[in-house]
Design a protein around this ligand. Structure first.
Ligand code: OGA
Ligand code: NI
Length: 375
């Protein structure tokens, strides 16, 4: 079987099959200025290339009453099999595509350590951080990805991106050795998040009318990528975006967000709603792979991040997605014996991802590639 791409640039031998996986080649990202450094040099400067078109400018400080409606799922009730929590999850997935989980079992200390490590890492001098700079043909490391053209409006943020699972994809040269203990904190946090992700995918599998393990097994191998975002403060948060509107290509994404600074916004019924942090909760959003598998029952949701005038914001996003060779297409259980129109074609997740990564982030435009065109 011709396996074309794998996310990351290693050539890894697949366990069991002895098959070689190809190298991901989707063109190089343009290198752009480090935002944190730019702000440090001149906190009032907003170069034109960061200024959004009028229609995309965020209105800052509007508190919609709907914010408080973003569902909160009790993870411990969910995994102990409580039917009403499972129903709540179904509703959250259908009506929102975004929810927060509490009682997830990750110790507060683990969250604090990884948050503190991230804050200290971004606090290091640029030369130190640049030791982990994203390679020219890589998607791991420190810097920015997704910049594909010189006239693309840039995001007000930097990131450290690391492959976490399967652990054979880890490239230790990108794992910061300073601050001390950060690497370990990342590892402990990610192992915990990984367990939560598998449980959530198990619950979603049940909701899609399959047995608990089925959805996970369709991943072939669960891939997890950690993206630690750093959004420097911005003197004009109404002009820029920390991250452009996009949906994630994952199955689900699990986000640990800064407790003190609100920045994440989701598109809900046409308007942008802030996701107010709940201390120690994790934010979960559904990604494109799940939209395709569920034939649109569970849609991936567009989201973006805004910046704060006075404070920097840090978030840790863990993207949980199928192996590049996993074929994704609407599940039989969702087609209802062909009663429902099949909305997406079959393709490998690698092919889907490659297509997405070659474009700038532009809402859900990249999903068109997967849609079946009916006249
Ligand atoms: C992402 C993302 C949102 C945030 O990294 O894909 O959407 O709040 N981040 O940082
Ligand atoms: Ni995202």
């Amino acid at each position: 079987m011709g396996v074309d791409v794998s996310f990351g640039s290693e050539i890894a031998e697949r366990e069991g099959s002895g098959e070689m996986e190809g190298v991901a080649v989707w063109g190089k990202y343009l290198q752009v200025e480090n935002v944190q450094e730019m702000v440090k040099k001149d906190p009032s400067a907003i170069p034109e290339i960061y200024v959004r078109e009028e229609k995309d400018k965020p209105s800052v400080g509007d508190d919609s009453p709907l914010t408080s409606e973003i569902p909160v799922i009790d993870f411990s009730a969910l995994i102990s099999g409580e039917e009403c929590e499972l129903r709540k999850l179904d509703k959250a997935c259908q009506d929102w595509g975004f929810f927060q989980i509490i009682n997830h079992g990750i110790q507060e200390e683990v969250l604090q350590k990884v948050n503190k490590g991230a804050a200290d890492f971004f606090g290091l001098p640029l030369e130190e951080k640049n030791k982990y700079e994203i390679g020219s043909d890589d998607v791991q490391g420190y810097g920015q990805i997704h910049v594909v053209s010189e006239d693309q409006t840039l995001d007000w943020g930097d990131a450290l991106i690391l492959h976490m699972f399967p652990s054979k994809l880890r490239k230790l040269k990108f794992w910061p050795t300073t601050p001390l203990g950060f690497k370990e904190a990342i590892e402990v946090y990610s192992a915990e998040v990984s367990k939560i992700a598998e449980q959530l995918i198990g619950s979603i599998s049940l909701l899609l009318g399959m047995n608990k393990d089925r959805l996970l097994s369709l991943h072939e191998e669960v891939i997890e990528m950690l993206r630690i975002n750093y959004y420097p403060s911005c003197s004009r948060p109404d002009q820029v975006l920390g991250v452009s509107p996009h949906s994630d290509s994952s199955t689900i994404t699990i986000l640990l967000q800064d407790e003190d600074v609100t920045g994440l916004q989701i598109r809900h019924n046409g308007s942008w709603l802030p996701v107010k942090p709940i201390p120690n909760a994790l934010v979960v959003n559904l990604g494109d792979a799940l939209e395709i598998w569920s034939n649109g029952r569970y849609e991936s949701i567009e989201h973006r991040a805004i910046t704060n005038e006075h404070k920097a914001r840090i978030s840790l996003a863990t993207f949980v997605y199928p192996h590049a060779s996993a074929e994704i297409e609407p599940l039989e259980s969702q087609l209802d014996g062909q009663q429902c129109k099949k909305l997406y074609k079959k393709m490998s997740h690698g092919e889907f991802l490659k297509n997405k990564m070659m474009q700038k982030m532009d809402g859900k435009a990249h999903l068109e590639f997967a849609k079946i065109q009916y006249d």
